[in-house]
Ligand binder design. Structure first.
Ligand code: DC
Length: 232
């Protein structure tokens, strides 16, 4: 059996702190950060722009077959990975809760999952990445060396997401946000294809009571303690 790839997977529900933790951990390890949620959001954005409903069909197949998607690192001082589709950068709209809900709908379509899973596997083929999402440790990189599942209560996640949006100058209805989070989790967990679930070999961390830097420290310590088992 070949040794596991130097890939870190961080799965979990929305708003559990995956992005901050994944980005910080990637920088600490000098690995590339792969935000797969941004890829699903970009597909949803493009489909909406072209008027394609969230159902399989020849037009969706055509769009996916020729899809040109590029991921760029955040701008200096920024946090979010930037996404270009067909050479055009998608603006802040990519990160809205509404786009998250829409991405959740498109992400349940087999055609969309097959295309993005393949793209993600290509990006990760050389290893040395920290990838975050819902199915990264179970479907995309089942042979990753380190797998984590980052959870937190829905209330804590809604509060964190609200603070994040407020820091971007947006007005937020926290109750509506909580309802959206609960609905999106339910849909992501109950879909038949690549549902949100912890891989059997994932380390589960509940971040409800732990700050992000402590979560990163725990993950980093675990990785250092077990890195001798990996491919170089
Ligand atoms: O992580 P995020 O909130 O940006 O993800 C948006 C949606 O995309 C999420 O609700 C479900 C979907 N998604 C997925 O199905 N699989 C992934 N690996 C990442 C995201």
């Amino acid at each position: 059996m070949s040794p596991p790839k130097r890939i870190v997977t961080i799965d979990g529900p929305s708003g559990g702190g995956k992005s901050t933790v994944s980005r910080t951990l990637a920088a600490k390890l000098h690995f590339t950060y792969l935000d797969t949620g941004a890829m699903y959001r970009a597909v949803a954005y493009q489909c909406r722009k072209l008027g394609l409903p969230a159902e399989e069909g020849p037009r969706l197949a055509e769009l996916l077959a020729s899809l040109r998607m590029e991921l760029l690192p955040p701008l200096p001082g920024g946090d979010d990975v930037r996404v270009l589709v067909e050479g055009v950068e998608i603006g802040p709209e990519l990160r809205t809760p509404e786009m998250g809900m829409l991405a959740s709908q498109y992400s349940a379509l087999p055609m969309v999952r097959t295309t993005l899973t393949r793209l993600q596997q290509e990006i990760g083929s050389a290893g040395r990445i920290v990838a975050e999402g819902r199915d990264i440790g179970t479907v995309v990189f089942p042979d990753a060396a380190w797998k984590f599942f980052l959870d937190a209560s829905a209330e804590v996640r809604a509060r964190r997401r609200a603070a994040q949006l407020r820091s971007k100058g947006e007005t937020v209805d926290e109750q509506a946000l909580l309802a959206q989070i609960i609905k999106r989790d339910k849909d992501d967990r109950e879909r038949s294809l690549a549902p949100l679930v912890a891989a059997p070999d994932a380390v589960i961390i509940d971040s409800s009571q732990i700050p992000a830097d402590e979560v990163v420290a725990r993950m980093h310590a675990h990785i250092l303690a077990t890195s001798c088992f990996c491919d170089q």
